[in-house]
Write a protein that binds this ligand. Structure first.
Ligand code: HEC
Length: 479
């Protein structure tokens, strides 16, 4: 994935060149009357013009929907803050918004309504389209709305508490590596946390991070989740701290088909990590009225995936914690569902892997994050109610490894005990799948991006049916 970023830089440089020439050649003549270069194309609408202009109509759309990523120092290739940097991209922007390639979002609109759905309205798309067709004019500088302001680094402002990995860690060049750091919180009393952001010390080296809670008294329900422990045993092989399921381990592509006592964690759920940093994922926001709990004496365990780097580097990754203002009516929790025992044959185009979960108590589902690697194709979440009604909560299609998005329901989904969730993922291991590192490989579960995963992180609240309060629901939905 970091490899994606490094090669992305090269790629983007090429792309910018390419796009630029496309815009200049194919862009309509009206707009480029002033000269060839992007800055030469600045055209003021001096006459009371028809059509939308950048300053009056388009800038506000870009500020609201694009500049979170499209500004200097952020993940997107070009800044969309100023007319001079936007203008050469006008045609590409039109194509990207018409095709809904941008802003990135992969939930099939036929299923579910999501609070963080970033898709543009038809009105916004037609404004941009009309602006580009009308010559991408700048308009009157007086009309330009105030530029949005940003805090660099901490996206939610200054955290109340910052805890780092406790050392300047030396990242060795060569292979990907998983490293684990356990550090004390030194909390003498427990704390409610409304949000958490993991900030890599070295953006080039850090690919992704999970932070879990660990307690010293083993056996306590607070001790670490199995999910973020290094797996061991005869079904696993470990190299450079990276583990994978052995090629000859038993196979179970459809974990809904029944129990397998020899294969762990194919039913029930695993407790999720506390917070995570993944490519493209915003900070974890649990909400002031539905925060997460860190008990007194807890330790934080950082699991850091360091990408392959060419030169020695150092890293000191931190997590910033934001305190909730009060104890909650009910805390945010996370249940993780995994099937680690699939096997994807070489070359297949649509390999299906399933995992089910039978609800043993009532719950309110707040968000779902599917996770696969390069060969991920689509992810479907269905619910079968006790009375047999079946509905799709979320269908992510196509899945895109470069965008590890979280889908937060506008209204948390109430699920009664006795319901079954059916999670169905498809993998494309054919040569046609862009980004498939090697269609000749048989692929199983593993940490490396070239291996695969079948994971779902699901945020939820416990829901005793009688205690549903409108406040909690509204708050959870607002975030
Ligand atoms: C969540 C971050 C994010 C948001 C929000 C976002 N972009 Fe992007 N955009 C990217 C990244 C990263 C790339 C480069 C990689 C890619 O193309 O996927 C990109 C690429 C592009 C490209 C080049 C596409 C191409 O075909 O090569 C255009 C044009 C673009 N974005 C326009 C927009 C517009 C317009 C908006 C708002 C309506 C927007 N983006 C919102 C992150 C974002």
């Amino acid at each position: 994935m970091r490899r994606f970023h490094t090669s992305l830089a090269v790629w983007i440089t090429l792309l910018i060149g390419l796009k630029f020439s496309l815009v200049c050649d194919a862009g309509n003549g009206k707009s480029i009357s002033g000269g060839g270069g992007p800055s030469g194309a600045v055209a003021h609408a001096s006459t009371a013009s028809v059509g939308p202009t950048f300053t009056k109509d388009v800038a506000s759309i870009l500020y609201r929907n694009c500049v979170g990523c499209h500004r200097p120092g952020e993940i997107a290739p070009m800044s969309l803050l100023d007319y001079v940097t936007v203008r050469p991209w006008a045609k590409a922007i039109q194509v990207a918004v018409l095709s809904r390639k941008m802003p990135p979002w992969f939930a099939d609109p036929k299923f579910g309504v999501f609070a963080n759905d970033p898709r543009l309205s038809d009105q916004e798309i037609s404004t941009i389209t009309a602006w580009v067709d009308g010559g991408s004019l700048e308009g009157d500088p007086q009309d330009l709305p105030l530029k949005p302001t940003f805090t660099e680094g901490w996206k939610l402002g200054k955290p109340d508490i910052v805890i780092d990995i406790g050392q300047d860690f030396a990242v060795r060049p060569g292979n990907d590596a998983y490293e684990y750091f356990t550090v004390p919180t030194n909390f003498t009393e427990g704390k409610w946390i409304r949000a958490a952001q993991i900030l890599p010390g070295n953006r080039q080296a850090v690919h992704h991070v999970h932070v879990s809670l660990v307690m010293d008294n083993p056996g306590s329900t607070d001790s670490i989740t199995t999910a973020f422990r290094q797996p061991s045993g005869p079904l696993w092989e470990v190299k450079d701290g990276l583990s994978r399921v052995r090629l000859d381990a038993p196979v179970m592509n459809d974990a809904c088909a029944g129990e397998r006592p020899d294969l762990a964690n194919l039913s029930g759920f695993e407790e999720g990590s506390f917070a995570a940093m993944l490519p493209g994922k915003p900070p974890d926001v649990f909400g002031d009225s539905t925060p997460k709990w860190i008990p007194a004496g807890a330790k934080l365990r950082f699991q850091i995936h360091y990408a392959k780097v060419d030169k020695p580097q150092t890293d000191r990754t931190r997590v910033g914690l934001y305190l909730a203002s009060r104890s909650p009516e009910r805390p945010m929790r996370r249940l993780d569902l995994r099937n680690r025992y699939f096997l994807i044959p070489a070359g297949v185009e649509n390999h299906e892997v399933r995992r089910c979960y039978d609800f043993e108590t009532d719950k309110l589902l707040v968000s779902i994050t599917p996770h696969m690697h390069y060969r991920g194709k689509d992810a479907r979440y269905e619910l079968v109610r006790p009375d047999g009604r079946r509905e799709t909560l979320l269908f992510v299609s196509p899945y895109n490894f470069n965008w590890q998005l979280l889908y937060r329901f506008r209204d948390p989904v109430y699920v009664e005990k006795g319901s079954r969730m059916i999670v169905t993922f498809h993998y494309d291991n054919s040569p046609n799948h862009a980004g498939n590192p090697d269609p000749k490989q048989v692929v199983r579960w593993g940490d490396r991006s070239e291996d695969e995963m079948m994971t779902s992180w699901i945020e939820y609240l416990d829901a005793a049916p009688s205690s549903l309060s409108g406040d909690t629901l509204t708050e959870a939905a607002k975030r």
